[in-house]
Design a protein around this ligand. Structure first.
Ligand code: NDP
Length: 245
């Protein structure tokens, strides 16, 4: 579905981002990964190369605009184009609002929202010139419904949804599409931190009665990055087992 495309995936070393990178590579795309986890990046790079695709990786913090710009330029130098950007890097620093520190607010908004801005701004000129591009932003159902203890995370993901719609409107005339995925609870290291009590409480609100898998999210990312979704832009698609409807 992505034969000879070039995909840039942030936070692509582990979890959902890694799953997306491997699925895109097995569908014919070359891959560039930005992540802060050097060890995991190397492992994922080798996995992608074993699928027969090129893979460029760099330890880049998405909150640093200059680092992002310089790596995007390196990707362009190597592959001569960038077809797909997946803004997936994300963190949590949970706590009730009254106890939430300014540092925890800034950290989450920095990675989840400013990081997406930095990367999208860096690729948008390239995609506009190409008259082709697909941007997929990893939001969350928490950005739609809110969640006690996650004011920073909910604000970042709600902001990312609004950002997605704006990018979709600004870039549509150049055939660049932007959509958001809103996963529910997916089995990754991020949700492994949750206690069994929280997990079993959550399951009561999931009609399909189970947590999702990274592959469930990656399959949607593949569709949104491919020509199969050519007439879809500015949308938020939930992968949540029916949790929010
Ligand atoms: P993980 O924590 O498993 O992986 C995130 C990756 O992003 C890690 O490799 C992490 O590095 C990296 N990263 C963290 N900060 C930065 C940064 N500043 N710059 C570049 N890379 C960074 O997360 P998930 O796979 O669970 O989540 C991926 C996305 O999906 C996130 O945006 C998350 O909010 C969203 N999501 C996840 C859900 C879930 O249930 N898991 C539900 C809804 C949305 P390191 O290893 O050093 O932490």
């Amino acid at each position: 579905m992505l034969q000879n495309k070039v995909s840039v995936i942030t936070g692509g070393a582990r979890g959902i981002g890694r799953e997306i990178a491997l699925l895109f590579a097995s569908n014919g795309s070359d891959i560039a990964l930005l992540d802060v986890n050097a060890e995991a990046l190397e492992i994922t790079r080798k996995e992608i190369e074993s699928l027969g695709r090129s893979c460029l990786v760099a330890v880049v913090d998405v909150t640093k605009g200059l680092e992002v710009d310089s790596f995007i330029q390196k990707i362009l130098d190597k592959f001569k184009k960038i077809d797909i950007l997946v803004n997936n890097a994300g963190i949590t620093r949970d706590g009730l609002l009254v106890r939430m520190s300014e540092a925890d607010w800034d950290a989450v908004l920095g990675v989840n929202l400013k990081g997406a801005f930095n990367c999208t701004r860096a690729v948008s000129k390239i995609m506009m010139k190409q008259r082709d591009g697909r941007i997929v932003n990893m939001a969350s159902i928490i950005g739609i419904m809110g969640n006690a203890g996650q004011a920073n995370y909910a604000a970042s993901k709600g902001g990312l949804i609004a950002f997605t719609k704006t990018v979709a409107k600004e870039l549509a005339s150049r055939n660049v599409r932007a959509n958001a995925i809103a996963p529910g609870f997916i089995q990754t290291d991020m949700t492994a931190k949750l206690t069994e009590v929280v997990k079993s409480e959550m399951l009561k609100h999931i009609p399909l009665g189970k947590l999702g898998l990274p592959a469930d999210v990656a399959n949607l990312a593949l569709f949104l990055a491919s020509d199969d979704s050519a007439y879809i832009t500015g949308q938020v698609v939930q992968v949540d087992g029916g949790m929010v409807m």
